[in-house]
Design a protein around this ligand. Structure first.
Ligand SMILES: *[C@@H]1O[C@H](CO)[C@@H](O)[C@H](O)[C@H]1NC(C)=O
Ligand SMILES: *[C@@H]1O[C@H](CO)[C@@H](O)[C@H](O)[C@H]1NC(C)=O
Ligand SMILES: *[C@@H]1O[C@H](CO)[C@@H](O)[C@H](O)[C@H]1NC(C)=O
Length: 555
């Protein structure tokens, strides 16, 4: 499938290629959770709280967005998936874990606290006939997914000791019905919801919550403490900064984590009297290399162009990171602090994204020259994802308890694409890409490379586009793959990642970038496609468990 939203560009075609925000209609529900599920579709999940659309005589809180037509097909859900997380399994099913107590007007929903929603792989290009399996009582029959932390109540601003679930567990269960207590989650109370989690290439897990960070060894069940995020900056809900695993490159796949934004406000305060929607957010980004030497050196600090609470970082196929959305002051959640703006704890939306170039020297990595300015605030409960077309889909925002479009910061149904300059250029095209690729086994595809790019620098990225919610993109990952172009420039031999720890088994997208010009992405299945749990596969660098992980936190 090779298409882009060229029609939108007809009127722009005489201008030089540039970044553009393009309004593309209405999502019907608030996209507070958002994930690309195929080359043509993204799933959107909302709080069952009154967005205008109805399905089967009750309000709707799930939908599929079709990129080609920019329209939604509603999904009929049973349970409340508010503040759930999600991830693909090794067999291409998408699982959304957890949620909130029943809250829909008219009793339309059931509690999602212990529920699982499974979106089975669907080949329909417009979402018709795609279904979602929603079981209110499935959660404690847990696949290869690690679920970290939660709170058993609607969020009273901070996590509270009596309601906190400071444990880890797996889906499907590996420990019977027993969860694993986490001293790290205890130490990171009370601003520890939506932990930021990454599966590392050696099979261990990096986690950040509040200003605390660890590496978790699932086999030994040990938490290795890493240095705190510098200068008292806290990065998890309700003090949402964001975090990203930077692109992994052969041959060593050295993991490096970047965290940005959040706040240095104390978490030992009464929010109602001591925090304000006007408190400045942190402009700090901190970066650490997760090797022995990197951990000894600790975090390297740099500054964004502005403070951001609830920023989102999206990996691009070029290896750059887009920093987008969020606000200059205040906090996540609704109600709770002083100086509410309508019902919003936050103010001063930031409308211009920045671009972060990991390979540039410190002090020269962040720029907003290029990215355009949107007219739409994207604050609490907004989402953004890279699309298969290689542009960004930006939607959602709801700083209100329920749907409200008559306040300062309205519940937001307008969706936009953020197009990169290459979206309107002559791009490389990938052809005859196999449906399934196996670890450490070279494969060959055909390519059409525009004449202007024939001598350009080539990068082939395997990407998990991530599940976007609460200023984090669970699972978002770029693994660069070595590739060799034939002498006639028509075929590309590509070497997949060596094993299932470098890229966890499941769906991914392959993009080819030459200089600054990226192809449309093609979806592949990485690994066998079998149902989890799976044995290790490929060339292992050292022994440990395989992994597919999420932050899967619920409020
Ligand atoms: C506000 O929401 C109502 C439904 O809740 C809808 O009928 C109306 O068109 C919306 N207005 C705007 C300006 O979006
Ligand atoms: C806390 O953050 C604010 C806003 O970025 C900044 O002005 C202040 O200097 C920071 N305080 C400390 C102690 O780092
Ligand atoms: C994938 O595995 C999960 C967990 O066992 C299962 O619920 C789901 O139906 C499977 N999907 C497919 C397509 O086999």
């Amino acid at each position: 499938m090779q298409w882009r939203v060229h029609a939108l560009f007809a009127e722009l075609s005489l201008r030089a290629p540039s970044w553009q925000f393009v309004d593309v209609g209405n999502t019907g529900i608030v996209a507070l959770e958002l994930q690309v599920v195929s080359e043509t579709l993204a799933i959107l999940l909302d709080f069952p709280g009154g967005a205008p659309l109805q399905i089967n005589n009750h309000i709707a809180w799930g939908a599929l967005w079709t990129f080609k037509t920019n329209t939604v097909t509603l999904l009929d859900l049973l349970t409340n998936g508010f503040c759930a997380s999600g991830h693909f399994l090794s067999n291409a099913s998408m699982v959304s874990v957890g949620g909130s107590r029943a809250a829909a007007p008219g009793g339309a929903d059931q509690s999602g606290l212990i529920s699982l929603r499974i979106f089975e792989p669907c080949t329909s290009s417009d979402g018709s006939g795609c279904g979602i399996f929603d079981d209110p009582a499935q959660a404690h029959e847990r696949c290869k997914m690690l679920i970290v932390g939660e709170i058993q109540e609607p969020n009273p601003f901070f996590n509270t000791p009596s309601m906190a679930v400071n444990t880890f567990e797996f889906f499907p269960a590996t420990d019977g019905d027993v969860t694993r207590p986490s001293p790290f989650l205890e130490r990171s109370m009370p601003a520890n919801l939506f932990p930021r989690i990454f599966a590392l290439p050696d099979g261990k897990i990096f986690m950040a919550a509040n200003s605390r960070t660890i590496i978790y060894d699932m086999e030994a069940r040990t938490e290795r403490m890493l240095p705190d995020i510098p200068n008292g900056v806290r990065i998890t809900n309700t003090y949402d900064g964001t975090a990203q695993l930077l692109p992994l490159s052969p041959a060593k796949y050295v993991p490096e984590v970047l965290v940005c934004g959040g706040t240095n406000s104390s978490d030992q305060v009464n929010p109602a009297t001591e925090l304000s929607s006007q408190d400045p957010a942190s402009d700090q980004c901190s970066r650490i290399v997760l090797t022995e030497e990197g951990i000894r050196k600790g975090w390297e600090v740099e500054r964004m162009l502005e403070g951001r609470m609830m920023p989102e970082m999206v990996l691009l196929p070029s290896g750059e990171v887009l920093i987008i959305n969020g606000v200059g002051t205040g906090y996540a959640s609704t109600f709770g602090v002083r100086d509410l703006v309508g019902q919003s704890n936050a103010d001063h939306p930031i409308l211009t994204p920045s671009l972060y170039t990991p390979s540039a020297p410190r002090g020269k990595r962040i720029t907003n020259k290029g990215p355009p300015t949107s007219a739409i605030p994207r604050m609490y409960h907004s989402g953004v994802t890279l699309t298969p077309m290689g542009n960004l889909f930006v939607a959602g925002s709801n700083s209100n308890l329920f749907f409200n479009n008559n306040t300062v910061f309205n519940s937001e149904l307008r969706a936009e694409y953020l197009n990169l300059p290459y979206t309107s250029m002559d791009c490389p095209v990938l052809r005859s890409v196999p449906k399934k690729i196996r670890y450490n086994r070279q494969f060959t595809i055909s390519v059409d490379i525009p004449r202007s790019l024939r001598s350009g620098k080539m990068k082939v990225a395997l990407m998990d586009l991530g599940f976007s919610s609460h200023a984090f993109h669970s699972g978002n990952r770029v693994v660069f793959m070595d590739a060799e172009l034939s002498s006639n420039g028509k075929t590309l031999k590509i070497m997949p990642p060596p094993n299932n720890r470098v890229y966890p088994p499941g769906p991914g997208f392959i993009y080819l970038t030459i200089d600054d010009v990226t192809s449309v992405g093609v979806q592949v299945m990485v690994g066998s496609g079998a149902t989890p749990p799976l044995a290790d596969e490929g060339l292992l660098m050292n022994k440990s468990l395989f992994a597919l992980f999420t932050n899967s936190v619920r409020l």
